[in-house]
Design a protein. Sequence first.
Length: 57
Amino acid sequence: MTIERPRVLAISAALLVVAVFAAANIHLVSVSLSSQPSCVETAKEGADTYRPAKPSC
């Protein structure tokens, strides 16, 4: 049983797309777990300011 050339190319392309997608997601997770935000000065109390829920500094 032989597999036709277009089918082999389509399967190879699909596997390549899945591999690139998985590698990108693994990289995204590893970078997000290894990075830590630096301490920044937060604004004082006010109606129009956004503050972190739990500051780390």
